[in-house]
Design a protein around this ligand. Sequence first.
Ligand SMILES: C[S@@+](CC[C@H](N)C(=O)[O-])C[C@H]1O[C@@H](n2cnc3c(N)ncnc32)[C@H](O)[C@@H]1O
Length: 290
Amino acid sequence: MLVKKFLHQPSARNRMVRERLTEPLHLNLASLLVAVFGGVRSRIAFDLVQRPHYAYGLLEAADQARKAGLSAFTAVEFGVAAGEGLINMCRVAQLITAETGVAVQVAGFDSGEGMPPAQDFRDHPEQFGLGDFPMDRARLENKLPANCRLVLGDVSKTVPEFLKSNLTPERPLGFAAFDLDYYTSTKHALRLLSDADAANYLFLPVLYFDDIVLPQYSDWAGESLAINEFNAEHELRKIQQFRFLRSRRLLKNARWIDQIFILHLFDHPEVRETHAQRRMQNVYLNEMGS
Ligand SMILES: C[S@@+](CC[C@H](N)C(=O)[O-])C[C@H]1O[C@@H](n2cnc3c(N)ncnc32)[C@H](O)[C@@H]1O
């Protein structure tokens, strides 16, 4: 049933042809084995989870949280619409909790009423407009698992409110996905990354930006403009694309790799001088006769 649905989605079909089938044959064969016998980690490594970008970000955050001795972290999706992405995030989060023992609290931010009006060219009004992407709130709420909740209202209001009590050092922000389409909405949402004390974030929170991939997206509008302004406005917090992620992935053609960013918190408690002296080995010093 899911396979049939997948094959009827042109974007999914195109991506399958462009991204996966152009990977080396041995990796595609290995993928088949992993699809049948693999565990959560190997399925994520082979992009065999729906929305692999969510799976990657959640697993990275869970591993970081565990290393830091934490039993939970917070993940958010900005822009929920019909809620397919949010439900997917919650389900993947449950798999990752089973794998790592780290609980994930998921929050989905949305107006609940579709897109607000675009303000100016920076919101790409040629592409998005008032009322796009409405939500069937009652049906969606009914489907959400216990680890997930909706935060409804305009993000300019809900983000400051959320920050008052939802991010804590015991449940820091580990992963955030941005899919609000507009520059103005993303600018408000990015306050989640600047307006709380650094202890309320994992050391390297993983970010995903959905709206940076089309030819009409540039640094002068949309999400990229909001990111650049964030970096200009915050001396100790910077958002940067994870430039070398591709070399760490098995399947190199996936587009989502370019959509993963990292929040660098130079005011984080982890940024301090406490480590023991480090040494480098020199194998030549042990050579016979020297
Ligand atoms: C493209 S849709 C999200 C799709 C969803 N992430 C998915 O993959 O299924 C964008 C959503 O952003 C929401 N949105 C845009 N600006 C907003 C704002 N200022 N406050 C709250 N929600 C907003 C809209 O209601 C819309 O549902």
